[in-house]
Design a protein around this ligand. Sequence first.
Ligand code: ADP
Ligand code: MG
Length: 259
Amino acid sequence: MTDAPTAPTPPDPAASGGPLVVMQGVNKHFGSLHVLRDIDLTVDEGEVVVLIGPSGSGKSTLCRTINRLETIESGTITVAGRPLPEEGRGLAKLRAEVGMVFQSFNLFAHKTVLDNVTLAPLRVRKMRRDEAERRARALLDRVGLADQAGKFPAQLSGGQQQRVAIARSLAMDPKLMLFDEPTSALDPEMINEVLEVMRSLAAEGMTMIVVTHEMGFARSAANRVVFMADGQIVEAREPAEFFESPNTARARDFLSKIL
Ligand code: ADP
Ligand code: MG
């Protein structure tokens, strides 16, 4: 089968700067449920990893362990060569370095768009207000919302709110962005505007782990697709290879249901 490229070439992983996230032998239970089983995953700087798999396979939990929203029972996780801090200042720094965008936008409803984006730089980074606002406006421009700075979240569409959430994460200059089903709560006509922002971030070299059901995004923007089932990584391969010829029955079964 010919495999014509369908979109801009993703960043060359060979041009990346080495491993940014390293998970080795990671295990996690919720009670008796073994949700992460011996997870080994390395994500290189500049790499875009799309994480897919059936509901309940552990995708969100995996993401959440990387900024320590969930603790692990065994194994190690390092970000930028350092083990995850357990608490205190180190943990706050980690959360700033690892941006996370969720399905629900989680904006502060009583704050303007601009204030949502400046809040963390002002409070956590102790940035001067004029500097924080200048940077926030530049980020809002980057996500196509330069003219919405004074509005409140409820005055925006879902797609616009999610783009504010992305700008808010970027305001902390993260080394890594985690996206957990960022378009799943959106009306179909708004999905693309969010994926476009994510594509441009990827093209600019942001390291990203993206949980999504948008297989078009996976094909065009991912360097690697990681397929999880039952808490395990079952396949981790280049998107074209994975979609053309999944190695496992579980992946074939999953793809037959969603494609
Ligand atoms: P996915 O994102 O792939 O749908 P999750 O990581 O959310 O999967 O969940 C993996 C499994 O862990 C599911 O069976 C889910 O019900 C369970 N789970 C997730 N979070 C919790 C929690 N806080 N307490 C108990 N069980 C949980
Ligand atoms: Mg999930």
